[in-house]
Design a protein around this ligand. Structure first.
Ligand SMILES: C[S@@+](CC[C@H](N)C(=O)[O-])C[C@H]1O[C@@H](n2cnc3c(N)ncnc32)[C@H](O)[C@@H]1O
Length: 398
């Protein structure tokens, strides 16, 4: 992910259960408006950044069809004798891909629709009224597709196996640490920096905590906002995020897998909790929380620590904003994101070195173990990246 994906800072968008759906509380939508729009109005750089990302949503179909054309061309280019040896009709496959692209595009348009006004509407030479031509960089096309794929991890039944291994131990630690019912009544606050598509934040709220996500990527913010605020039932949308790769596939039908999201009715689930609340704050973690001191009961970092330019600054921020006696729960690898990125600082510490720093700030590491897991993986793919993650809990003792 890119540094400063979003520089915006917004007040928490309260997704608490009483104002959960825009449709149930239209005022909520009218006053807030699309995420990032209001904040970026007076900041041309931020506005253009947001526009670039929204362009990737609007241009998904065009960008994807360009790849399909290449695939079509390649199939066409081979000799007839090779085509005859194929067990399948490649033209049918191409048509199936096009249909899947359309399916995904319809979904992405729903997310991007509120941002339509950012784009000029022009009259084409054919007389058609169209949106100004959008130019999306390859890196944004990749990000758009990986965001689409991330819906599997966070919001589908297929993502359950990953969530069970990664999110479940965190939820268990939280429940155990705050098991005294009385503490729940006080409203235990849990912060999740790098909240991604928001599932962990939502699961923590379901347990009755005051759960706040923080995220700086507009890809994530727009998508999580949509799923958290605009879905009204289980399995409301069908997407096919795997159609962009036919590599490492055992079964030719696998890339066409239909993914239903969300895998539960969020409103129905959240309404069951008396104390649970959700909010999301947009912006860079250290920057957004630098003025907060001793106010969080818990901080949960899941596949987040290695996204830092300077991981020590993350530890310092976590230390500063956590209450004495608060618990930090972490799971993730140390795959430093800025390694080998030119002009980007990247402080790469081993787990032992990092532990020394964590202890030095005033944390007591209560537990530490290895958890083997994948991240946004395709279960039946021939290729799997497996992380032996460090899972630890640390209590701020001074
Ligand atoms: C590897 S993803 C993990 C997402 C989620 N926690 C999960 O487990 O699926 C890391 C997330 O952190 C976000 N992120 C990275 N650096 C950040 C920063 N400095 N402030 C806020 N968010 C950040 C990225 O945009 C990305 O969504």
């Amino acid at each position: 992910m890119e540094k400063n994906e979003s520089n915006i800072e917004e007040n928490p968008n309260n997704f608490n259960k009483d104002e959960f759906f825009h449709s149930q509380n239209p005022e909520f939508q009218e006053t807030k408006g699309p995420i990032g729009m209001k904040n970026s109005e007076n900041d041309p750089e931020e506005y253009n950044h947001l526009k670039t990302i929204v362009s990737a949503f609007f241009n998904y179909q065009v960008d994807s069809l360009r790849d399909v054309q290449r695939m079509e061309r390649d199939f066409e280019s081979i000799d007839k004798k090779y085509k005859e040896r194929m067990s399948f009709n490649y033209k049918e496959r191409i048509e199936k891909i096009k249909k899947a692209i359309w399916q995904n595009y319809t979904f992405l348009l729903k997310i991007a629709q509120p941002y339509k006004s950012m784009f000029k509407i022009i009259k084409a030479s054919t007389g058609e009224i169209i949106m100004e031509p959008l130019l999306v960089q390859p890196k944004d096309i990749i990000k758009m597709r990986s965001t689409l794929k991330l819906f599997i991890r966070d919001w589908s039944i297929e993502g359950n196996f990953e969530r069970k291994i990664t999110y479940e131990p965190i939820l268990t630690e939280l429940k155990n640490y705050f098991k005294d019912e009385k503490q729940y009544e006080k409203g235990i606050s849990v912060l999740i920096p790098g909240a991604g598509l928001g599932r962990l934040m939502y699961e923590i709220a379901k347990l009755g905590f005051k759960s706040q996500g923080n995220e700086f990527s507009y890809y994530m913010l727009l998508s999580s906002n949509f799923i958290l605020n605009n879905t009204t039932k289980k399995n409301e949308y069908m997407i096919q995020p795997l159609i962009h790769s036919f590599s490492n596939v055992y079964n030719e039908n696998s890339p066409f897998k239909e993914i239903l999201i969300p895998d539960e009715n969020l409103y129905e689930e959240l309404i069951k909790t008396q104390t649970g609340e959700m909010s999301m704050v947009a912006g860079e973690f250290c920057h957004v929380y630098k003025g907060n001191f001793n106010c969080w009961d818990s901080i949960v970092t899941c596949f987040f620590l290695d996204t830092a330019n300077n991981i020590i600054e993350y530890v310092e921020t976590i230390y500063n904003i956590m209450k004495i006696g608060g618990i930090w729960i972490n799971i993730g690898p140390l795959l430093y994101h800025y390694t080998e990125i030119e002009n980007e600082c990247s402080i790469e510490l081993s787990w032992n070195e990092l532990k020394y720093i964590i202890l030095g700030y005033g944390f007591d590491i209560k537990s530490e173990r290895e958890v083997t897991c994948t991240y946004s993986s395709v279960q039946d793919s021939m290729m799997q990246t497996v992380y032996k993650c460090i899972f630890f809990t640390a209590v701020k003792i001074k």
